[in-house]
Ligand binder design. Structure first.
Ligand code: HEC
Ligand code: HEC
Ligand code: HEC
Ligand code: HEC
Ligand code: HEC
Length: 217
């Protein structure tokens, strides 16, 4: 008499698949961990650029408005980076011979844009839009820190999902009056004022703000 089978053929296959999946899960988690780790390490580290452009000088000292160079920030998804022509409105008079500006002169001669290195770069499967945030009173400083004090630009926030979602769950304490979103030193409102402002902004409800399809479309 044949001994009774403990597992059916199908059962065996299922167990095999589970074991296989577990083996694949471990490297996947380790990989994700390493990726997160390296993403964190870049936080707060100045990014070297072809021209050592200083927001501290141009914004902090000279008081140039963000929109002068990031022209699309109020109207589009992307803030955009300034064209060579925008730099030349001043630097065709100022520092015209300076060695640090050679890449600018070369760009003007050849028509090739300056190859700025990205400081922030979300994965393609994430949908982000600058204009929505500004219209609802989320200032640059909430996400980019004190750019006006940066000699070279660095990333001030992790830009990870938890970070986005944490604010989306409760945006009220992060808002400023609309005319202050470009002002790096304007304080947030608190208490009663923050609640009133949030009500005025007529924010989307929390379910929509944390829905997967809001950021992954
Ligand atoms: C005179 C032009 C100019 C002005 C004014 C200016 N920026 Fe910039 N910005 C640049 C240039 C050029 C870069 C690319 C080099 C770099 O990353 O530093 C840049 C890069 C950035 C980046 C990083 C972009 C990336 O790669 O992810 C942020 C964030 C930023 N600017 C925010 C601001 C904010 C906020 C203000 C206003 C408070 C501002 N900028 C005003 C010229 C300007
Ligand atoms: C509205 C005028 C204006 C525009 C536009 C402008 N700059 Fe300047 N830039 C200045 C002034 C003024 C200084 C002297 C800054 C200082 O010392 O406070 C300067 C200085 C510099 C310097 C010398 C080093 C330093 O930071 O002091 C570099 C490099 C420079 N700018 C690059 C750029 C680039 C690249 C752009 C375009 C993205 C640009 N600038 C756009 C006015 C401008
Ligand atoms: C709610 C958070 C948030 C606010 C507020 C915000 N940014 Fe950004 N910014 C981001 C993120 C996230 C990215 C990266 C986008 C990507 O990689 O697609 C980014 C990218 C940028 C870039 C790189 C070019 C681009 O458009 O991708 C610039 C320049 C910039 N921001 C400037 C600004 C300025 C200026 C303001 C204020 C007027 C501002 N940002 C407000 C989150 C924010
Ligand atoms: C400091 C607060 C804050 C942070 C951080 C933030 N957001 Fe938002 N986000 C808001 C507010 C406020 C709105 C406006 C909601 C409304 O229209 O009422 C918004 C709206 C949006 C919308 C449009 C929602 C719609 O109505 O369709 C998208 C997409 C979005 N955020 C993506 C992101 C992503 C992706 C990140 C992270 C990279 C992020 N946000 C980080 C506060 C924030
Ligand atoms: C407010 C914006 C926002 C919402 C809402 C959101 N995500 Fe994300 N998600 C992001 C951003 C930004 C990243 C990429 C960066 C990161 O997480 O490190 C991301 C990354 C991911 C990843 C890649 C793995 C990882 O953790 O990096 C997965 C999977 C994911 N999201 C699934 C979801 C699901 C499922 C939901 C709904 C429960 C959701 N997301 C809701 C912004 C959002």
């Amino acid at each position: 008499m044949r001994p009774k089978q403990v597992f059916s053929r199908r059962g065996e296959l299922a167990i095999l698949l589970v074991i296989l999946a577990l083996f694949m899960l471990v490297p996947a988690l380790v990989g994700l961990g390493i990726w997160r780790e390296s993403a964190y390490q870049q936080l707060g580290e100045p990014v070297a650029q072809p021209i050592p452009f200083s927001h501290k000088h141009h914004v902090g000292d000279d008081g140039i408005d963000c929109r002068y160079c990031h022209t699309a920030v109020e109207t589009g998804r992307h803030a955009g980076l300034p064209s060579t022509q925008i730099c030349l409105t001043c630097h065709s008079q100022l520092y015209t011979q300076a060695a640090v500006l050679e890449p600018l002169r070369e760009s003007a001669r050849t028509g090739t844009p300056i190859a700025w290195r990205r400081v922030h770069d979300l994965p393609d499967f994430v949908y982000f839009d600058h204009s929505v945030h500004l219209a609802k009173g989320v200032g640059c400083v909430e996400c980019h820190g004190r750019v006006d004090q940066m000699p070279l630009t660095w990333r001030a926030q992790p830009l990870q999902m938890q970070w986005c979602v944490a604010c989306h769950r409760d945006p009220a304490p992060h808002l400023r009056p609309r005319e202050q979103v470009f002002d790096m030193s304007a304080p947030r409102l608190d208490g009663e004022d923050a609640t009133t402002l949030a009500r005025m902004m007529q924010l989307e409800d929390r379910r929509r703000m944390t829905d997967c399809s809001t950021c992954h479309r």
